[in-house]
Design a protein. Structure first.
Length: 257
């Protein structure tokens, strides 16, 4: 490892750790009756009070600190006065900036008791992400990541969103390469030590097509089927990988109690 590589990873650990701790903190508040605006305020204040800044706030005109994507919202849901109801499922996407580096992560949450069709989708989405992470090492190609996710979820009857993808990340929020969550083995660029990026599969219970609402941000499933997503920020090491956004409290997927 070069000194530059070590320094970059150290800073990304700090940013990733704060983003992960933010989701850990929020998990205790996800109950029927809370609004997504209240969740946004909790996240903003926690990141601020722990030496960071919420990257989405004012990013390309986005006016909130977190993304809160409910039920058939695929990604980029805008916090509002929407009250969470029993049975809802919710993705919360947090990106913290610490010392000019970014940590980007999201998790699914079940509000009260979610239907079995929703919990099955959430479980499959999480497992597809972890399947892709576990193969990471220098020499594999980006297509291998997409293949792991696509092949796993399609066998279960789900579909992979094509319109959004993971991305390179470091001291820039979004940079190359794009990380597609579908693909063929042994295609795309080769992973090398020091690369840092997100893997963030968006998996739909129905078809993969999405549309963006008139607010310019909120992406939903065209067929109104449920959607789920998990996200980690990772780095490629000399012989494997490091997850920068893993929960230190073991709050990896629902249920979180």
């Amino acid at each position: 490892m070069t000194d530059n590589y070590l320094e970059k990873f150290e800073k990304m650990r700090k940013a990733g750790n704060l983003a992960s701790k933010t989701l850990d903190m929020i998990s205790a508040h996800i109950k029927p009756g809370i609004t997504t605006n209240e969740i946004d305020k909790l996240g903003y204040e926690f990141i601020r009070d722990n030496g960071g800044y919420s990257a989405p706030l004012y990013y390309r005109g986005f006016k909130k600190s977190l993304c809160t994507s409910l039920n058939h919202v695929v990604c980029h849901g805008i916090p509002s006065e929407r009250i969470l109801n029993d049975g809802d499922i919710l993705n919360i996407d947090v990106t913290a900036i610490v010392e000019n580096y970014y940590g980007d992560t999201s998790r699914m949450f079940c509000v009260g008791k979610a239907p079995i069709k929703a919990t099955n989708l959430i479980e499959a989405t999480y497992q597809s992400m972890m399947n892709a992470i576990k193969i990471l090492k220098p020499g594999i190609k980006l297509g291998d990541i997409g293949f792991e996710i696509q092949s796993y979820v399609e066998k279960k009857g789900y579909s992979v969103v094509r319109d959004f993808c993971g991305h390179g990340i470091s001291n820039v929020f979004h940079e190359s390469p794009n990380i597609l969550h579908y693909g063929k083995k042994n295609t795309g660029i080769e992973l090398t030590p020091g690369m840092t990026f997100t893997i963030e599969p968006m998996i739909n219970a129905g078809k993969f097509e999405t549309k963006v609402l008139n607010d310019g941000w909120t992406a939903v499933t065209k067929d109104k089927s449920l959607s789920a997503q998990f996200e980690h920020t990772l780095g490629i090491t000399e012989n494997g990988y490091e997850i920068f956004t893993e929960s230190v409290n073991g709050l990896h997927k629902p249920p979180y109690n």
